[in-house]
Design a protein around this ligand. Sequence first.
Ligand code: AMP
Ligand code: MG
Length: 539
Amino acid sequence: MTIPVQALQDLPPLARHQTSRSQPTIAANHLGVRVSPGFAKADGLGDEPMWFACDPQPLRDAKLVSVSAAACQDADLSVDAVQTSPDWLRLLSGAATFEEVPSYATAYAGHQFGFFVPRLGDGRALCLGQVNGREFQLKGAGSTPYARHADGRAVLRSSVREFLCSEAMAALGIPTTRALSLVTSSTPVFREIPEPAAIVCRTAASFVRFGHFEYFSQRARPDRIDQLIKQLLEVDPTLMMAPEGLTPKERIGALIHAVSGRTARLMADWTSVGFMHGVMNTDNFSILGLTIDYGPFGFMEAFEANAICNHSDGQGRYAFNQQPSIGLWNIQRLLLALWSSIPEDDTGGPAAFDRLHDEVVASYRRDFDKAFRDHFRQKLGLETLVPDQRPLAEQLIDTLFECLEQQQADFTQFFRATSKIDPGTSPGHVSWEPLVQTLALPDRAQAWLGMYAAALSPSNLGDSADQWRAARRAKNPAFVLRNWVAEAVIRSLEDEADAAPLAAALAVLGDPFEDHPAHAQWRETPPGWAKELSVSCSS
Ligand code: AMP
Ligand code: MG
């Protein structure tokens, strides 16, 4: 493999940015929080700056419609304080910033649908600073120097989706940026039609993306790449153990292996809940291995291995079954960017690059495969199989997806129904009914069901039947954010200014392994009105 040299395209200069602070400010002390510049360290300025200071643009008639108690807890904040304090509303709606630190937008590049774009950046995301150890980022707070003539806003519908899905993923145990709050407004934004603008406040230890490294790589700024790595290690020392004594090449090797492992496991996590991201560009991939940038995502309903959730992705580049290999493709882009920061005399030449590349590809595949198999063994309840039955578990997993596709089984319902099974009974037994009902043509699935029932014989399993079922309930969620549920919540907010469904959805998705009988309808496949829903990149 050779390293392509990317020519820096002729880019117009960035629009003049606002460094004066014209916005009202609020002292962090006053709110009882610790604030620091986080990513926006002073030495990230100068030529080729890593960030620009810029003020948010407030929303009109800002209203805090929802606050995630779990995200507040994660950031060591009192949910009551956030919900009731006028100062928090001003911060979360772009009407004020912290006195101690500037708000800022960062520079990144990225491969979008396979093509390199040399300058993207936070066009509509603005960090307020690091609060209690978490970066707080407003999405939709107005244009920044990276807005590329766009309005810097986010529409309500996409904000509701990001808000709910961030918290749903966190509750499913999947690494993700969090969503602390959703603010609505009467500020209009123009997409195909005028729509209300909203702001989600996202939180994460870091929002650094693969694209941040690509940006400074193509600008030949190894010092900036170094700085990015140092800053990442400050917020997440577990990313790389004992980085001090390493040579630049060893450090890059350790980092790429760490990010590759996290990315591979994240791809397996997504697969395990049927999550489709929709826009897996390198600028939407987090160095910390978090799910980031919720746009036209979807959760698998009737199983289709090559389902495409993003209406704008005509080629299916980001189809469900492409996600693991796209994760690897993105890791390869990151490796190229990181490698470019090693002083040329220290690289060991193309052979050394090829060696590292091949090791990373092999370990990514191993990490993905292990995480994928662990997930599906647990989902099916095969993790405690006695050793001589393990080949049967592997065979069941290997044939599962073809069976699900042939049966058009609803992904979430199918796995959840395993928690009703009485292990040791045959698929004709009443305890199998919920599972069998998720299948379109149960007769044609007899072979797979028979093999599964045989594997679940009590003599093969270590657990009691009750323990076994409880473990299935804890592994297979009853609720994921179905598109039609998000749409119903959005319509209630937009058409009736009714935030009750949003609050209910946040509560249910924040506790997805319980049954929540009052909201049993949200476990169902789309009703008639929602059959043709589609989501695209426009937001
Ligand atoms: P996304 O598709 O949301 O991941 O965004 C891709 C790039 O476009 C990022 O650099 C965003 O900051 C930028 N972007 C998307 N929408 C807007 C907008 N309304 N205003 C400014 N920048 C935007
Ligand atoms: Mg993005």
